[in-house]
Design a protein around this ligand. Structure first.
Ligand code: ATP
Length: 390
């Protein structure tokens, strides 16, 4: 399918089979490219080799990353803000991408993370979901998020409905400065959308202001915030950055990821809104094997002879793309890139590697998730001081 323009919104991703044109998106959204100099600086500041999601250009665009790096260089505090919209009981691999990077950034920069669970958003935006269902999903999603390895002493997880009294003052300030036209223009709503949908976006904005967390940042409103996320969330933070100076707050910095593609191809992202596009962290070994074998779109040749002659098109090949996101071993990935690209190995062989890697990743995750008790969830959600140097 050839589209004239890619569609990238928080609600819908549609592109050609080659996937989103990310350079075009940078120009369209007005953000900046993550450059090799940024990666080098992260390595110099932290003394650690950059995470492969950064090294491989999967986190590819930013706003004000330099401000965060300068803050870190001066050994001043900053914090990370990430989140999840609880639309399903289980997370899929695409949801893991921001959590993997946030956990790594927390570790190497030794900074706090706040994690917003937007139960209100999913209730309002998904007609078929009841508030009770969304609350149940929230708790299960939090279990998955904790299993990603966040540090209890430096992480605060909250649902919007439980933490609203702390968010409300900044929410009001944002609302006073935002017009309905701005919201309509930014998110494409119209007059027949429910009022809750239209009022929601500033609630996703306010965790980017440090005084929304007085128990962590002691009412300071000038602690810089970095938001690593996929680029579909950019509209929320374009609005936030627009309003922040008007209410005397710092603009948050953002770091954008490319989309972890749907099993069927790069024309859209893996999404819980369409179950067939996704591998869940609850899938069995068999399920993973079946999904990859039956659905993962191949960029290999149509016949074996064709494949041997021309090699695979790695740009559109879903198994290779998944390996690029998830395989830590650079040498092995490069070997696959070379051999598969030349047609020396087949899609079946690459899928076998991928199935093994995904089965291990999901099984390891299940073990860690089993260790996450209800008490531990309550501890992560407790309104408390964190181990933060201010
Ligand atoms: P879904 O339809 O699967 O629920 P979503 O975008 O509504 O998708 P959220 O939980 O709201 O999911 O997103 C949480 C974070 O995960 C955001 O930063 C979002 O950009 C990111 N994310 C979601 N899906 C993907 C994906 N396929 N690839 C990369 N990041 C993703």
């Amino acid at each position: 399918m050839d589209l004239i323009e890619d569609i990238v919104t928080p609600f819908n991703i549609q592109a050609s089979e080659k996937g989103v044109d990310y350079d075009k998106l940078i120009a369209q959204f007005g953000c900046q490219k993550v450059l090799p100099a940024h990666i080098k600086e992260i390595e110099e500041i932290t003394g650690k080799k950059a995470h492969h999601l950064l090294r491989r250009g999967i986190y590819f665009a930013h706003r004000d990353l330099e401000m965060i790096l300068n803050t870190a260089k001066m050994k001043k505090p900053f914090y990370l803000y990430t989140g999840r919209g609880p639309s399903s009981a289980a997370l899929h691999l695409g949801h893991m991408i921001p959590f993997i990077l946030n956990k790594w950034l927390q570790e190497v920069f030794d900074v706090p993370v706040v994690i917003q669970i937007t139960d209100d958003e999913k209730y309002l935006y998904r007609q078929e979901l009841s508030l009770e269902q969304v609350k149940h999903f929230s708790r299960e999603n939090i279990r998955d998020i904790i299993a990603c390895g966040f540090d209890l002493n430096k992480t605060f997880i909250f649902t919007d409905t439980s933490y609203i009294n702390f968010l409300y003052p900044n929410f009001l300030k944002m609302q006073k400065h935002l017009t309905v036209n701005q919201i309509f223009g930014c998110f494409g709503f119209n007059g027949s959308d429910c009022v809750g949908k239209i009022a929601y976006p500033p609630l996703q904005a306010v965790p980017a202001f440090s005084n929304s967390f007085p128990h962590i940042f002691r009412n300071k409103n000038d602690i810089p915030c970095l938001i690593p996320e996929a680029i579909d969330q950019d509209p929320y933070f374009r609005l936030t950055r627009d309003i922040a100076p008007k209410i005397n707050y710092l603009k948050p910095a953002v770091l954008h990821a490319k989309f972890f593609p749907a099993l069927q191809g790069l024309h859209t992202k893996m999404s819980a809104s369409d179950e067939n596009t996704a591998i869940y962290l609850t899938d069995s070994k068999k399920e993973i094997e079946r999904k990859i074998k039956s659905f993962a779109f191949s960029g290999g040749g149509k016949t074996l002879q064709d494949h041997r002659e021309k090699g695979a098109n790695l740009e559109v090949d879903v198994p290779f793309q998944y390996l690029s996101f998830l395989m830590e071993d650079d040498e092995r990935l490069d070997e696959i890139r070379q051999k598969y690209g030349k047609g020396e190995i087949t899609t079946g062989e690459v899928k076998k590697d991928l199935i093994g890697l995904l089965q291990k990743l999901v099984e390891d995750h299940k073990v860690k998730k089993k260790e996450v008790t209800d008490e531990l969830i309550d501890k992560f959600m407790e309104i408390r001081e964190l181990d933060v140097k201010l």
